[in-house]
Design a protein around this ligand. Structure first.
Ligand SMILES: Nc1nc2c(c(=O)[nH]1)N[C@H]1C(S)=C(S)[C@@H](COP(=O)(O)O)O[C@H]1N2
Ligand SMILES: [Mo]
Length: 390
């Protein structure tokens, strides 16, 4: 038996011309690509904003205003990512035959350019898939990996956006020509029953819109009933979804201990207050959202003491950040560091009540932090200790 030669293999591989669907073509690719580019751009910017909210770099003017900002940016981040999924699949379908265009045979400049272009597209496709699907799994709170989601999602985002910019720059002449031409101009000599490019484009837009509609209810209250795919549908004790239960965090026993005292530490001074003493202080009520990084969000009415009133009992120095420790014994997010800008805002509460009732166990009883414009993960529940970073 003779081994197949390169020529044999080449003959058996499909060629770009073998894919006959008339709907494929640069006219479609460029139009779907334009929408996909917009979705990626929005997703990238809102995603970077989320990383800023997470890491609070000094040069970003981050603070408690506007109250609903993170709710808006993160809701937009998740929805633009979801919108991008059907668009990416249609885009890949439309350019798929080009995968089979063989590189030039001669070892020269053209071969190098061809290979570099293919490699850059490979990086773009792989990183785009990684971004969209790791994001999707994160929304579903399913972590079948053991790397840090946040750091990896951020690092690969730079690769994705970088290779997207290279791709657009390289293809700009083709894109311009394709967008300038009518979408279905070459159709007359082909099968009249096959889908047209326009209908594929409309289908892609419809699929993308539907995906958004089916999830947007987790942050847009009016859509709650339609959004069957929303991870958090608004159900939960006291009219607010729960992200992690007290039991799940290993805080359930300590949280209901009648001997509970909150410890406030400034330098070498410590003050202990029980829940009744906290309730005896001036109470404030504010309407503030929980805005989860996974894209769900919900406003609620919180009542409790201003954090700044609590630390003022120990003459905490002005403009100090506060480390918040919870009773959590299992998993991440048991502590958070609240920057000074939030500590100084009187709306930042050590909440004792939610929607007019005593805070339920799963929402953070005996007390929790609730600050305006903070990512949900830092709205620490089951608080037991406040350490002023003097
Ligand atoms: N101690 C502690 N606090 C926590 C969490 C946690 O895991 N542990 N989860 C956070 C996350 S991710 C969110 S979105 C909010 C949700 O608050 P809720 O469950 O009361 O709606 O709580 C935050 N507070
Ligand atoms: Mo969250």
């Amino acid at each position: 038996m003779r081994l197949p030669t390169v020529a044999d293999i080449e003959q058996r591989l499909p060629k770009p011309e073998d894919f006959e669907s008339r709907a494929r073509g640069t006219e479609l690719s460029a139009r779907v690509g334009r929408l996909l580019g917009i979705a990626f751009g929005i997703c990238f910017l809102t995603g970077m904003w989320s990383h800023f909210q997470y890491t609070t770099p000094g040069w970003v003017p981050l603070g408690p205003n506007p109250t609903q900002l993170y709710r808006f940016t993160q809701g937009t981040h998740i929805l633009s990512g979801i919108a991008a999924i059907p668009l990416l699949l249609v885009k890949l379908w439309s350019v798929f035959p080009r995968l089979f265009s063989l590189p030039p045979k001669k070892l020269d400049r053209h071969l190098v350019i061809d290979l570099v272009e293919k490699a850059s597209i490979g990086v773009l496709v792989a990183s785009s898939f990684f971004m969209l699907f790791s994001g999707l799994l994160n929304i579903a709170q399913w972590y079948p990996w053991n790397f840090s989601f946040r750091r990896t999602h951020e690092a690969v985002a730079w690769i994705a956006i970088g290779s997207l910019i290279v791709h657009i720059a390289v293809k700009l002449p083709v894109i311009r020509e394709a967008l300038g031409a009518p979408i279905d101009h070459r159709d007359h000599d082909l099968d009249p029953d096959a889908p047209t490019r326009r209908s594929v484009l409309q289908g892609a837009v419809a699929a993308s819109g539907l995906a958004v509609l089916l999830t947007a209810g987790q942050t847009v209250p009016l859509l709650r009933k339609v959004s069957v795919f929303a991870v958090r549908d608004g159900q939960g004790p006291q009219d607010l979804p729960v992200n992690r239960t007290a039991k799940g965090a290993g805080a359930a026993t300590e949280a209901v201990d009648p001997q509970f005292v909150l410890e406030i530490v400034v330098g070498d001074q410590t003050l202990s207050l029980n829940r009744d003493q906290l309730l005896a202080m001036p109470q404030r009520t504010h309407r503030l959202p929980i805005a989860c990084v996974e894209g769900w969000s919900r406003n609620a009415e919180w009542t409790g003491v201003s954090l700044r009133d609590v630390i003022a009992l120990l003459d905490a120095p002005p403009r100090s950040a506060v480390k918040i420790r919870s009773m959590q014994t299992k998993g991440a997010f048991g502590t958070s560091l609240l920057p000074a800008a939030y500590v100084e805002d009187h709306r930042t509460l050590l909440a004792l009540e939610l929607n007019g009732e005593t805070l339920s166990l799963d929402h953070g009883y005996p007390c929790r932090i609730i600050a305006p414009n903070r990512p949900g993960v830092f709205q620490t529940k089951w608080v037991k200790r406040l350490e002023v970073q003097a």
